[in-house]
Structure formats: structure tokens, C-alpha cells
Design a protein around this ligand. Structure first.
Ligand code: NDP
Ligand code: OXD
Length: 310
């Protein structure tokens, strides 16, 4: 009988156990710190802090992350090195992200903040309406989630570009890659979506230099990680008018401290890291599928390249 150790302070062990066992009834799920015999544990499903939960599990084969973004887990001192790490990849998580991004892109595209302001002023005024073909969206990160939102924006008629680490092609998406491609990507982007993983190469990528490379009046939607943004540079770009708005779902410090300037900034929309939430009922499919793959000696899906940091 395969045994999985579950440890998370922010996810429900009952919901996860039920979801996993509905798909794999013979899976034994132990919830940290209740463990009968450490030698039985082959799989772990965890979120930070890992603490000493994974230490001295002599037969641990695969560590599953409860998150798609892996930066926190890779940075956790409790993560044993050398054991394969699999991140969360779930079509429902991806769909949730695309819903969030479509909502905010359309909100900016259709100038809903301007109309909200007009309503407060009792002002009845029709503003010019741009065609989607005239709106240039740029997606940083053309991975699982970036590819999905890119396709959905293309389907709506937007002019879409994406920027990735390695060369990529996608129909009707202008693809840029690497340091050399960044300048041209930013120069044409009016609505910038950050869907990058946080790595040593992407930390602080939204800074004074990159924000000033966007066309004046651009907007930024950050759903990657707070560490992608140099907060003071973002505030300066908003206050100078270089940026006309920012939607931020992720922050360096979460929960965002009540005294943080972002909260009350008129050009910032804040959400509490909810762009897409993992649902055990759908996400368990990915875990169970990978356990089956592992037991059959097949390649795992969502395997993290620890060296690359994602
Ligand atoms: P993927 O690993 O599938 O995609 C990552 C993309 O980023 C790839 O296209 C990769 O390029 C690109 N990338 C990585 N490093 C660089 C770099 N140095 N320069 C340029 N491009 C780079 O990740 P997902 O799409 O699944 O998720 C993306 C991120 O979204 C997660 O890491 C997480 O931080 C965030 N997230 C946020 C959530 C929220 O609720 N706010 C929910 C879920 C995820 P290449 O294709 O060449 O490898
Ligand atoms: C994730 C997240 O990475 O929720 O899954 O941010």
C-alpha cells in the first residue's frame, strides 16, 4: 500500500485525504505529525514550512508541492535535497488563473476604472472604445498558465505577445525570449501580465528600468510573486504617470501589512493572493496520476528543474 505524508498549515488535511483516497482507495495518507512508521512513507504532499517533517524518511521518493510556484518550497531549509520535487499542475488551477487575468485585462481594456470614477462624479460621458486588435497584451512567462491565457486572449482578438526564457512558438502570439528579447517585448506592451516563477533570474524584474521600457500609460498585472516587483519603483512609475494602473495579487510580505502604501493607492487594485486557488477535488488527480506514473516507472509530470528554480 503506497503511503503519503501530508503537511500543510494552510490546506485542509481532511479534504485532501478524501480527494486522494476517492481516486486511489489503497493510498494511506498520514497527516503530519501523526506517522506510524517513517519507513513506509514514499510520497509527501507539502507546503511551507516543511520543518523537520521530511527529515529521516528513508524511503521518500517524490515530494509534491501544494503550489504551482515553487520558490518558497525550494527556499525552505527543511526540504531534503536530491528527492524529486513535483509542482502543482491542474487544469482547474490554470482555468482559474485565466479567469482572473481575463477579468482584469477586460477591466482595463474597457476602462472600467474610468467609468467607476465618472460614476462617483455623477458624470455621464462615453469614452473612446478601443478594438481588441489595437490592444497589445504582453505575457511574461509562456508556461502552463501563460500559454492558456495567451490562447484565450488571442481568441478574443487581442494582439498578444509573450516572453519566455527559451525560444518558443505559439500560433498568433508574438514570441520573445531571453535577455535580448525583453526590450522589444516591453516596448510594444500596453497591458503587462507577469506569470513568471520567482527565481534568481526573475527576482525584481519589474523595476525602474523595465517599467520605463513600457509605453507611457501601460498597466501591470502581477500574479507571479511579490518578489518580481521593486515596490518603490512601481510606486514611482504609477505616480509619474508612466503606469496608469497596477493589479497586484502577490506581495513580498503576505498578508500585505495594513500600513503598506499599496492599500490606499488610487491606481492600485489589490487582491489577497487569490488569482487561482488550488482545489483538492481537481488537484488530487495530478498527485494520484503521478503516484501511478512513479510506480509504473513512467516520467513524472510537473517535475521541477531545481537548478533552474522552476
Ligand atoms: P511554468 O513553469 O509552466 O512557466 C514558467 C514560464 O516562465 C516559462 O515560460 C518559462 O520559460 C518562463 N521563465 C522562467 N524563467 C524565466 C526567465 N529568466 N526569463 C524569461 N522567462 C522565464 O509556470 P506556471 O505557468 O505554471 O506558473 C507560473 C507562476 O504563476 C508560478 O511560478 C507562480 O509563481 C504563479 N502562480 C500564482 C498563483 C496565484 O494565485 N497568484 C497561482 C498559481 C501560480 P521557458 O518556457 O523558456 O521555460
Ligand atoms: C501557487 C500559488 O503557486 O497559489 O500555486 O501562488
Amino acid at each position: 500500500m503506497p503511503t503519503l505524508l501530508f503537511k500543510s498549515e494552510s490546506d485542509s488535511p481532511q479534504r485532501w485525504t478524501a480527494a486522494l483516497q476517492s481516486l486511489m482507495p489503497d493510498l494511506k495518507v498520514c497527516v503530519w505529525p501523526r506517522l506510524d512508521d517513517k519507513r513506509d512513507v514514499e510520497y509527501a504532499l507539502v507546503w511551507i514550512p516543511v520543518e523537520d517533517a521530511l527529515h529521516s524518511l528513508p524511503n521518500l521518493q517524490v515530494i509534491f508541492s501544494l503550489g504551482a510556484g515553487i520558490d518558497h518550497l525550494l527556499g525552505d531549509a527543511g526540504l531534503p535535497r536530491g528527492v524529486p520535487v513535483v509542482r502543482m499542475v491542474d487544469p482547474a488551477l490554470t482555468t482559474g488563473m485565466s479567469e482572473y487575468l481575463l477579468f482584469h485585462v477586460l477591466r482595463y481594456h474597457r476602462r472600467m476604472s474610468d467609468y467607476a470614477l465618472q460614476q462617483r462624479l455623477l458624470c455621464w460621458k462615453q469614452l473612446p472604445q478601443a478594438r481588441p486588435q489595437a490592444r497589445k497584451i504582453g505575457i511574461m512567462g509562456l508556461g502552463v498558465m501563460g500559454t492558456d491565457i495567451a490562447g484565450k486572449l488571442v481568441a478574443l482578438g487581442f494582439e498578444v505577445a509573450a516572453w519566455s526564457r527559451r525560444y518558443k512558438e505559439m500560433p498568433e502570439v508574438r514570441c520573445f525570449h531571453g535577455d535580448d528579447g525583453l526590450g522589444a517585448f516591453l516596448a510594444r506592451t500596453q497591458i503587462l501580465i507577469c506569470l513568471l516563477p520567482l527565481t534568481t533570474n526573475t527576482r525584481h524584474i519589474l523595476n525602474a528600468q523595465t517599467l520605463s521600457a513600457l509605453p507611457a500609460g501601460a498597466v501591470v498585472i502581477n500574479v507571479g510573486r511579490g518578489g518580481h516587483v521593486v515596490e518603490a519603483d512601481l510606486l514611482r512609475a504609477l505616480d509619474s504617470g508612466q503606469l496608469s494602473g497596477a493589479t497586484l495579487d502577490v506581495f513580498d510580505a503576505e498578508p500585505l501589512p495594513r500600513t503598506h502604501l499599496f492599500w490606499r493607492h488610487p491606481k492600485i487594485t489589490i487582491t489577497p493572493h487569490i488569482a487561482s486557488l488550488t482545489d483538492p477535488d481537481t488537484a488530487a488527480v495530478h498527485i494520484v496520476d503521478n503516484i501511478r506514473r512513479h510506480r509504473a516507472g513512467a516520467p513524472l509530470t510537473g517535475l521541477v528543474d531545481v537548478g533552474a528554480g522552476y
